[in-house]
Design a protein around this ligand. Sequence first.
Ligand code: MN3
Length: 232
Amino acid sequence: MGVDNPCPMKHLLPLLPYGHAALEPHVDAQTMMLHHDKHHASYVANLNTALESVPELHERSALWLLLNLSEVPGKIRTAVRNNAGGHLNHGLLWRAMSPAAGGAPAGLLADAIDRDFGSFDGFKVRFAEAGSKLFGSGWVWLAREQQDGGKLQVYTTSGHDNPLMQEHFPILVNDVWEHAYYLKHENRRDDYLKRWWAVVNWEEADRRFDSSKLPPERRWEKDGGLVLAATN
Ligand code: MN3
């Protein structure tokens, strides 16, 4: 092995925070294996390939790239948007789920959901409907506006776009690309969305909600995890 790494800041596939089979029977091991080890890995590989010819962007995070697409050369802009988004969103997704999870949010997030959707059940209906109705491939989000009192919103994005691109802070996310559910549920996206509640990591969503009140310069995303800036 040589000591020189020509691309020291290559984007890396984060480890799953649990085993492939840990979300069984709700999300099956084979889907998790393909989804993380193949699909997410391919977004990381394609992002690194797209950036090869642009060394001045090698230090930039996936989030920075998504928020500064105008500084990405036109010939790789679409590839960077798709693959940086795929990388970031899947990192969020793995942490949005957890074994022995489910249940309901607690604390301030629970209060905000009641305020903005009437009830937790009302929120679940809205989230599942949004995910079910999205035409084509994309993601369904619970996100928080960063102005106007920090209202919560449920909506979908196409491709691998992310609420941060419209200055909303992502609290919870699910993937409604077919590769997320087709092996187990075939074309029944509604079944997948219904089963998914059993693996939702509300502790993570609570934590993200609490952090969403911090000014953006105090936090950033790395591998789907929220990193709080200490002094810089
Ligand atoms: Mn996916």
